[in-house]
Design a protein around this ligand. Structure first.
Ligand code: PLP
Length: 496
């Protein structure tokens, strides 16, 4: 079946060119160069607000939604999400500083992570963030020491590993709540009790509740609720230790509607035999997830007590609202073998997520052309792992064409690397206008942290116009005035 751009919030012009909020994606590629991420600003804000509204409408008590910075911590993107009214969930010094610089109040920030250093914890305590989500008894002892030292009370949630494995995502990935997961204190084996006993003795640490995050890209709407089957035990235990359960943090993990992680068997088939799965069914509406969570809380805690719920979504807000444009520089046909589309984006920009996730790819012009052949799409690195997708069904693609990788908004820029190339620009489209959120990297950026013996470099690498408002000269030959078929004919002549 042909994929439909409208499922991805994109439309088509008369020439079948992809438009995001009325702007032609090939024009963005021409103006800002490739690879380039393009963010659908208004849709991003709408999805963030919709998440918060639906979560609030599904639950009788208070609900707070904290955007998980780790999924996409590009300042211009976080600003948009903050504008939609979401608070912040951070896990590092960088993310905390960014949140504070962007104007979040400390009481709007919660802090996660398994390796909070003493310095980082001291900064969190000093800034009086809303909650530090404690990952271990050792961390708890450290927080108590710091809080006592500076005589400041610290509010905490306790992260519990419920020993639950979500379905339809692969074991190798970040299923964060399996028995073998390193995160949080274990539900079984007395670790929760031990941590509660510690807090009970600490004068400067206040326990507010539990945190349970079960992984990312959860595809079954009942999995969060199933993991909460431990709630009545946790609630009872907290009560016995003299604590009230005021807050329950559900974590993140809500899926993107149009991309997904491969399952164990799909990974095996894809990585071993090159059989790429199809997207298949979407995970269903988020309201189903929220409804089941609210029901699980009601059953687990019983009548009377209604704790505040915290959500920490990342992927479900950012993923579907960003695409990554790559340009095909060469098309290598080899007799009896697959065709290779050789693009300027790969290892540094996209191949980490596409190693284990399924993302649709469209050509930006002639977007609905029949997909007649299987091709391998690779990146620019001289490295055999630089594969965007193996055996992807695509139409005939010519050199110079721009491809759009869908759903690049979550864990793409977060996982990007340079690998010998410059990291891409990020452009937002808002109300039909483009706005640069991050320019593409230059040589000077790349070496800005390096100390060299030879220090007579004068700057300038011919790359200065990338990410600026000026045209991308190297591709001036592939401008709009020439139709796709003209280009096609030209290259057919050359390729023979
Ligand atoms: C503790 C925690 N909260 C929230 C998230 C965000 O998850 P997602 O992007 O799947 O919503 C993560 C990601 O793994 C996480 O570890």
């Amino acid at each position: 079946m042909q994929p439909d751009p409208s499922d991805y919030g994109l439309t088509l012009d008369r020439d079948e060119c992809l438009l995001m909020d009325g702007v032609k994606l090939t024009d963005v590629a021409k103006e800002f160069g490739t690879p380039v991420h393009v963010v659908n600003g208004q849709r991003l804000v709408r999805d963030a607000q919709k998440f918060a509204d639906e979560a609030k409408n599904s639950y009788p008590g208070p609900v707070s939604v904290h955007f998980a910075f780790k999924s996409n911590s590009v300042p211009g993107i976080v600003e948009l999400i903050r504008g939609a009214g979401l608070k912040a969930e951070v896990m590092s010094e960088y993310e905390l500083t960014l949140a504070l610089r962007l104007g979040y109040e400390p009481k709007e920030i919660i802090v996660n992570g398994p390796c909070k250093t003493r310095e980082f914890l001291a900064r969190c305590v000093q800034s009086a963030v809303r909650f530090i989500i404690v990952d271990s008894a050792e961390e708890l002892i450290r927080i108590d020491g710091i809080s006592r030292e500076i005589r400041k009370r610290t509010n905490i949630l306790l992260r519990v590993n419920p020993g639950f494995r979500p379905g339809r995502i692969n074991r190798g990935s970040i299923a964060a709540s399996r028995k073998t997961s390193p995160f949080g204190v274990d539900l079984v084996g007395g670790e929760v009790e031990e941590a509660l006993d510690l807090v009970a003795d600490f004068r400067y640490v206040d326990f507010h509740g539990f945190h349970i995050h079960i992984g990312t890209g959860i595809r079954r709407s009942g999995d969060h609720a199933r993991a909460l089957s431990c709630l009545s035990y946790l609630h009872g235990l907290a009560r016995r230790k003299g604590f009230e359960l005021k807050v329950l943090d559900i974590g993140g993990g809500f899926p993107s509607p149009t991309s997904r992680e491969m399952t164990d068997s799909e990974m095996l088939l894809y990585q071993s035999f090159g059989i790429l799965p199809r997207f298949g069914k979407s995970s269903g509406p988020l309201t189903e997830y929220f409804r089941k969570i609210a029901e699980a809380v009601r059953i687990g805690i019983g009548a009377g007590v209604i704790p505040e719920l915290i959500f920490e979504p990342g992927r479900s807000i950012t993923s579907q609202n960003q695409v990554l444009l790559l340009r095909v520089h060469y098309v290598k046909h080899r007799a009896g073998k697959r065709t290779w589309l050789i693009t300027d984006g790969g290892l540094g920009t996209v191949t980490m997520p596409t190693f284990y996730e399924y993302h649709e790819i469209f050509p930006c012009s002639g977007a609905t052309r029949q997909r007649k052949q299987l091709v391998n799409i690779i990146g620019p690195a001289c490295f055999s792992g630089d594969v965007v997708y193996k055996n992807k069904r695509m139409p005939d693609i010519m050199p110079g064409e721009v491809l759009a990788v869908m759903d690049s908004g979550a864990y793409f820029t977060a996982l990007e690397s340079s690998f010998g190339f410059y990291r891409p620009a990020i452009v937002a489209i808002d109300g039909g206008r483009t706005r640069l959120l991050r320019r593409s990297e230059t040589f000077d950026d790349s070496v800005s942290r390096d100390f060299m013996e030879r220090n007579d470099y004068k700057g300038g690498n011919g790359n200065e116009i990338r990410g600026s408002k000026r045209r991308n000269r190297p591709f001036a030959g592939f401008n709009r005035s020439r139709s796709h078929t003209q280009i096609h004919r030209k290259w057919r002549g050359i390729i023979g």
